[in-house]
Design a protein around this ligand. Structure first.
Ligand SMILES: Cc1cc2nc3c(=O)[nH]c(=O)nc-3n(C[C@H](O)[C@H](O)[C@H](O)COP(=O)(O)OP(=O)(O)OC[C@H]3O[C@@H](n4cnc5c(N)ncnc54)[C@H](O)[C@@H]3O)c2cc1C
Length: 289
């Protein structure tokens, strides 16, 4: 069992890890890649770093954390469950944690498919753990082209009658053998009278389905929050001034909490989250939490 697990190795997660380790608790940081910073060609508005590339800033942060003794593991998190402690399911195994800091950034790309927004909650769902049950013995599709989509299909398979993955014109990026049907045609629209009835491909062909589960790219903060029943406010995960969410032992920091999507804010959030997580554990050890 880990004491603190941090999801994300961006400025929020790394800052949280630095403050936690220096306060006496060595956290484990799980990360998939360099996060938003890998796309930032040049950052010239961060204190003391007049012209640094996003990649350099991220790598320097990781180096600093490792030098302080922070544990880091490259693994994609697929799901998080809570039952007094946190169970983090990754593509490299399952990890248990007493306290979790979500610093998984935010997704900037949104699929623009006709009908998707309109049918949200009426057959379009973003959460298998929340809505899968409503599709017992029904026919569903999962929209996505990577391992997260495969994971969601796996979760749906025992409940539904049939699950198909639709990649919407993209190549499948699955790292494991795929056991579900995959269709790669580009999607024109999601249609139906008041609720999802079909997905129409650009060829005009219709694929009849009862539900569309969105599982694009990597599972992100929003997906984790939905699964855990954590409050969000439209821009991100809701936190108080100590970066606590409404779930005991779960903290969030950086872009995933909304507001200013900037490195300085992510660093501040991370500092608060790392400090608060250690304080929470100290209270718990004294029998306070
Ligand atoms: C093109 C571009 C230019 C930018 N320019 C600037 C700028 O000039 N100045 C500035 O201040 N800000 C800039 N930003 C914004 C800045 O990069 C972000 O605000 C900042 O990186 C947010 O930090 P974060 O730690 O919250 O998230 P991120 O840096 O996005 O890190 C998220 C971390 O979570 C991990 N993660 C996510 N999902 C999973 C999962 N399922 N399993 C495991 N790990 C996961 C990722 O791998 C990553 O390590 C820019 C962003 C972009 C995209």
């Amino acid at each position: 069992m880990e004491r603190i697990v941090i999801i994300g190795a961006g400025p929020a997660g790394i800052s949280a890890s630095i403050y936690a380790v220096r306060a006496g608790i060595t956290p484990l940081v799980l990360y998939k890649d360099e996060g938003a910073l890998k796309k930032a060609h040049l950052i010239d508005n961060f204190y003391g770093s007049p012209s640094v590339t996003g990649k350099e800033l991220q790598e320097d942060g990781v180096e600093q954390a490792l030098a302080l003794g922070v544990k880091m593991k490259q693994a994609e998190v697929m799901a998080i469950d809570w039952n007094e402690n946190f169970t983090v399911t990754t593509d490299a195994g399952v990890i248990e944690a007493e306290v979790l800091i979500l610093a998984a950034g935010t997704k900037r790309e949104v699929q623009k498919i006709e009908g998707l927004k309109e049918l949200e909650g009426s057959g379009v769902s973003y959460c298998v753990a929340c809505d899968g049950f409503f599709y017992r013995n029904k026919r569903v599709v999962v929209l996505g082209n990577a391992d997260f989509a495969a994971y969601e299909a796996e979760e749906l398979a025992p409940i539904v009658a049939e699950v198909t993955i639709l990649t919407n014109g993209r190549e499948g990026m699955f790292t494991k053998d795929m056991t579900y049907p995959v269709r790669t045609e580009k999607i024109k629209k999601i249609g139906g009278e008041g609720r999802v009835e079909y997905v129409e491909f650009e060829s005009g062909k219709k694929f009849f389905t009862d539900g569309v589960f969105i599982a694009e790219g990597t599972a992100g903060s929003t997906e984790f929050a939905r699964r855990l029943g954590v409050e969000t406010d439209g821009t991100g995960i809701k936190v108080n001034a100590d970066m606590e969410t409404n779930l005991p032992g779960l903290f969030a920091a950086g872009d995933c909490t909304g507001g200013l999507l900037q490195v300085s804010k992510a660093v501040y959030d991370g500092v608060r989250a790392g400090t608060s997580a250690v304080k929470y554990i100290r209270e718990k050890d004294k029998g306070g939490n």
